[in-house]
Design a protein around this ligand. Structure first.
Ligand SMILES: [Zn+2]
Ligand SMILES: [Zn+2]
Length: 444
């Protein structure tokens, strides 16, 4: 095929469909009228056993220009690509999903269910899936990190629907409530062996490198599965992922030898509010939260922030924040800062407000600027620590905090049906949906 290399690049995945997928840029532009000799391999569950099959995409969408959902719906109904559980029960052939169909475009689609779980994979019926700020940013900036067509969603929880042949069924059973840790490190490289699995250069993130949880069903290896603690809600379970990000950021303050007694937090979105709660649980008694949204600041106040600052007012000016840092800490500055925004101003503010020897942890990744004065770091021995996602230990810690009822989420999150997921993306991006944390319910 003359377009194989472009095709592979568009998909950006190791397993590239053989032939036209009619979805990626190359296939859409290929203009090949009929390619019935090429197809996508699938496995179907029929008569109590799996049968390898070949989906004839050429027959389905001859000119490669059919809308995504139309092509998929036709494939599924033509060929009965189905999946069932071990009991041999046919479940469904298609599912609803919210999909990044092109850079900057999120659509509601009907797609075939994922293939039956292979090896140590399980198929998960998603019960709740969060929309992450990084996904909203990725859509609006048309970030090349997420390559369409892609089902996003790295914050999700669900119930095991089917298990692969290598899964220990004494441990994992159909019906178990589970939370996948979507960050899958290789476990082999030097970075992994040093325990920095979150920074593994070979890591794979569900919802970014592979399809994630903004759908009725998703697949995950049991190696990355956590059991949902009994007694916690689906909302809480799906929030384990962003809470793990916050826990990781607070833990990095501790690793730098700083007792997190006084902490300033930039940003009162999901990560900021979870970081505030994590910091207080870790012993911080003085916490300041800075944001531009009065509603978010009100929530931060209710969650125990000692002081909240509206960045749009005079109190949010560089000089005023500098004075506040000294006033609130007996003239020393904060022990630590957590930047949960990630633009130049918040990164610089985080560094400026910590005491000599203090640590600024940069979690947010909204921009790529570093307007920090070098001498401020050198003369004051301030540390800047980048923070990316979490280790599996952080993930367990987050689930533990949720199980213990130590994290409040209900008052600032809202559940929406999966069917309004695409329009919800638009409303969140245009700030017309007054919600801090949006969660999708595929059953809604
Ligand atoms: Zn996220
Ligand atoms: Zn690795």
């Amino acid at each position: 095929m003359p377009f194989t290399d472009d095709h592979r690049r568009d998909h950006g995945r190791k397993r590239v469909p053989e032939g036209l997928c009619h979805v990626c840029k190359t296939c859409r532009g290929a203009g090949v009228p009929h390619v019935s000799s090429f197809g996508h391999r699938s496995r179907t569950w029929q008569g109590g056993k799996f049968r390898a099959g070949l989906i004839d995409w050429g027959r389905v969408a001859g000119n490669g220009t059919l809308p995504v959902h139309t092509a998929w719906r036709t494939v599924a109904s033509d060929l009965d690509c189905t999946v069932g559980n071990k009991a041999g029960e046919l479940a469904m052939s298609t599912m609803q999903a919210v999909m990044l169909t092109a850079p900057g475009v999120v659509e509601q689609v009907t797609v075939p269910v994922p293939g039956a779980p292979e090896g140590d994979e399980v198929l998960i019926r998603v019960t709740r899936a969060g929309i992450c700020g990084s996904e909203l940013e990725g859509v609006v900036t048309k970030s090349p990190r997420r390559k369409p067509p892609l089902i996003m969603g790295h914050e999700f929880a669900g119930v095991i629907e089917a298990v692969g042949p290598d899964v220990d069924t004494a441990r994992w059973r159909v019906g178990d409530r589970v939370v996948p840790n979507p960050l899958m490190p290789c476990g082999q490289c030097r970075t992994c062996q040093r325990g920095r699995t979150n920074a593994c250069p070979n890591r794979i993130l569900l919802g970014l490198h592979r399809d994630g949880g903004h759908a009725e069903l998703a697949k995950c290896s049991v190696r990355h599965l956590h059991r949902t603690p009994s007694g916690i809600s689906d909302d809480d379970a799906a929030t384990a992922e962003p809470l793990a990000v916050a826990v990781h950021g607070v833990r990095l303050l501790g690793e730098a030898g700083v007792l997190p007694r006084s902490i300033v937090i930039f940003g009162a979105g999901t990560i900021g509010l979870l970081a505030l709660q994590s910091a207080r649980l870790a012993g911080a008694t003085t916490t300041v939260v800075i944001d531009r949204d009065p509603h978010r600041l009100e929530v931060a106040s209710r969650l125990g922030a000692t002081r909240v600052i509206d960045a749009r007012t005079d109190d949010g000016s560089t000089d005023a924040l500098g004075r506040l840092a000294l006033e609130m800490t007996d003239g020393e500055g904060f022990d630590g800062a957590l930047d949960c925004v990630g633009v130049g101003a918040t990164r610089a503010g985080a560094v400026r407000m910590v005491a000599p020897g203090g640590t600024a942890v940069w979690i947010g990744s909204a921009a790529d600027e570093i307007p920090v004065r070098g001498m401020e770091l050198v003369l004051n021995e301030k540390r800047v620590q980048g923070a990316y996602s979490y280790t599996d230990h952080d993930f367990s810690a987050a689930l533990g905090l949720l199980a213990a009822g130590r994290v409040e989420l209900t008052s600032w999150s809202k559940v929406y049906g999966l069917g309004e997921g695409a329009s919800l993306f638009t409303r969140l991006l245009t700030h017309t949906e007054p919600c801090i944390k949006a969660l999708l319910d595929p059953r809604g």
